[in-house]
Design a protein. Structure first.
Ligand code: ATP
Ligand code: MG
Length: 382
């Protein structure tokens, strides 16, 4: 497949807030490239700089350094003193408090960006009708905005952002003030809508499940830096950074020292306090290096009897087994480690039981044991 054309390009973006002693470095050299038509998500913990990056793209913040281009045209370039104001950038925005106007009808809300630009009445009518059809609100033109459900109000906000036919949609936590069920439904709706109109979209969220569900590509951020970019599948199954492994979903980390690198189809080996494990390196590791194996709870297989001929089988004792309907969520002690394991609900598990765990080497992702400033156990939430 041909490489997709780049729609938004960010190079070495630097942003500070505050003055003198209070000055904080919020974006530290963020560079990324968003392909045309992609739904591209910024994901990261609170305060990592997602909204700030988005606001820089929108022209609502002026960065201290770097360059931003939309559709090949620079909208900000620090060296060349380029700064295109928000209303001249080809963007549409939906924010968390999507603020549709309660005193206006659906039609008036959606038409607003066109009325302030004094577009002809006939053009406004046509464009509003078209965009209301796209978001599925056709026929509700005259409904006062407060008489809409939460999901419908959300769609009005989308329609309003789309009515100017932007090249890029910027969505900052657009679902966060909806209840859990509606939020889950709207994920599918946004994804389907985005696919239908194929508009390049930047989506900001701190909710990893939302990011996994909705994105073509996810950029994981932490403390003003870009950590890693990939598809949901790549980042979940083979993250290249320990932070990604921890932040996206739940994982087990087993620390040790690389004693064999492996290669071709042969796995490497890591020596740990609890034995030697075969693993597949996710990224360039060197022999002798301290590294971690990351393995997801659902990738550990539980056997009640010892199986022969498999690599990475360890004996463990079930410390906790909680029935969750679609799985048992277990904590299993192996040596001095406590592994989280999700098993099939039909395989009944009881506390104190002795089991054998198979950590398939292909699912044992070998990563550098880096420490990232500010990374702590609280990010390991269930
Ligand atoms: N106007 C401002 N003045 C001073 N500091 C700010 C301002 N806006 C943001 N910050 C700081 O910049 C950092 C990044 O903020 P930002 O809003 O981009 O984070 P975020 O990743 O969107 O977080 P969240 O998930 O909580 O929305 C935070 O430390 C925040 O406190
Ligand atoms: Mg934010």
């Amino acid at each position: 497949m041909a490489e997709k054309r780049s729609m938004v390009q960010i190079e070495s973006l630097e942003k500070y807030f505050g003055e003198d002693k209070e000055r904080v470095h919020v974006l530290k050299g963020v560079s990324l490239d968003i392909p045309e038509g992609a739904l591209y998500t910024f994901l990261g913990p609170s305060g990592c700089g997602k909204t700030t990056t988005l606001r820089c793209v929108a022209g609502l913040e002026r960065p201290e350094g770097g360059k931003i281009s939309i559709d090949g045209k620079p909208v900000f370039a620090s060296g060349e003193r380029v700064y295109v104001p928000t209303n001249k950038r080809p963007i549409g925005m939906v924010f968390q408090s999507y603020a549709i106007w309660p005193h206006m009808t659906v039609f008036e809300n959606v038409a607003y960006p066109l009325t302030i630009h004094r577009r002809p009445k006939s053009e406004i009518k046509k464009r509003v009708e078209d965009v209301l059809k796209i978001v599925g609100l056709h026929g509700l033109e005259d409904r006062p905005a407060p008489k809409l459900s939460g999901g419908q109000q959300q769609r009005v906000a989308f329609a309003r952002a789309l009515v100017n036919e932007p090249k890029v949609m910027l969505l900052d936590e657009p679902l966060s003030n909806l209840d859990a069920k509606l939020r889950e439904e709207m994920r599918f709706e946004i994804k389907a809508l985005q696919r239908r109109i194929n508009v390049t979209t930047i989506y900001v969220t701190h909710d990893q499940a939302e990011a996994l569900a909705i994105s073509d590509q996810i950029a994981v951020m932490h403390a003003g830096k870009l950590i890693e970019v990939g598809s949901a599948h790549e980042l979940y199954s083979r993250p290249k950074r320990k932070f990604t492994a921890i932040f996206l979903g739940l994982t087990n980390l087993i620390e040790g020292r690389v004693v064999e690198l492996g290669g071709d189809s042969k796995p490497g080996r890591i020596e740990t306090k609890n034995g030697t494990f075969a693993f597949v390196p996710a990224t360039g590791l060197v022999k002798g290096q301290t590294a971690v194996i990351s393995i997801r709870p659902e990738h550990i297989q539980v056997h009640k009897q010892r199986t022969q001929g498999l690599d990475n089988v360890v004996e463990g004792t079930v410390k906790e087994a909680v029935f969750m309907g679609d799985a048992y969520h277990c904590q299993i002690a192996v040596g001095d480690m406590l592994l989280r394991v999700h098993t099939h609900p039909f395989l009944s598990m009881s506390r104190g039981e002795k089991v054998y765990l198979h950590l398939d080497p292909q699912s044992c992702n070998g990563l550098p044991a880096e420490d990232i400033e500010g990374m702590d156990e609280t990010m390991l939430g269930d």
